[in-house]
Design a protein around this ligand. Structure first.
Ligand SMILES: [Zn+2]
Length: 200
């Protein structure tokens, strides 16, 4: 398959590979954790395959990526779509009217944000590290469930650009995968500083 073929000249497959490599190098995507997706101009979605690892996406994105329709059903690809496919589909749907520029979702297991979100109350994060739209924290729901996907979509509909899934990970809503990666990197840095300052 050539999932980047209709991406208006951008080499989307390379971008998936680059962002996946960065997540793996950060240590935020152990085993098969983390997933990435891009909303295409025709309304289909390119998403990482279920069970694929970020190093696999980095090395062989053409094999690791799956194209799905707006309902989350696989159109092309070797793998089933990511186990968090419903969270991706419902989140795009939640911002389709209000923020049509949101075209990429980056989900990682970034440790600083996880520790930060477990503190009560969550310490303030440096505002210059937070994306426009701000950060939301969702209560825990088991991975891959409709409850998790719906909670994420609800936070997205309210305007959040970065949503922390308590005791699980975080997802960035961005224009591009690269922008989503940068959003998570900045928020992770802010979270680590805040946790350190908190003395926890
Ligand atoms: Zn996850």
């Amino acid at each position: 398959m050539d999932p980047g073929a209709d991406n208006s000249g951008l080499n989307l497959v390379d971008e998936f590979a680059r962002v996946a490599r960065a997540l793996a190098e950060h240590g935020w995507a152990q085993e098969n954790a983390g997933n990435l997706s891009q909303l295409m101009p025709d309304g289909t979605i390119i998403i990482t395959g279920a069970g694929t690892t970020m190093p696999e996406v980095a090395v062989d994105p053409g094999r690791a990526l799956v194209r799905i329709n707006a309902a989350g059903e696989r159109l092309y690809g070797f793998y089933e779509p990511s186990s968090e496919v419903l969270a991706h589909v419902l989140t795009y749907r939640a911002v389709r009217e209000s923020r049509p520029h949101i075209r990429a979702l980056v989900h990682t297991h970034s440790p600083g944000l996880l520790v930060w979100s477990s503190l009560s109350p969550c310490p303030q994060l440096a505002k210059d590290k937070l994306p426009e739209g701000g950060i939301a924290v969702n209560p825990y729901f088991p991975p891959g469930t409709r409850e998790l996907a719906e909670a994420c979509a609800k936070a997205a509909a309210k305007g959040a650009s970065l949503i922390v899934w308590e005791r699980h990970g975080a997802i960035a809503l961005a224009r591009t995968l690269t922008e989503g990666l940068k959003m998570i990197e900045a928020a992770e840095e802010a979270a680590q500083s805040a946790v350190y300052a908190d003395g926890s």
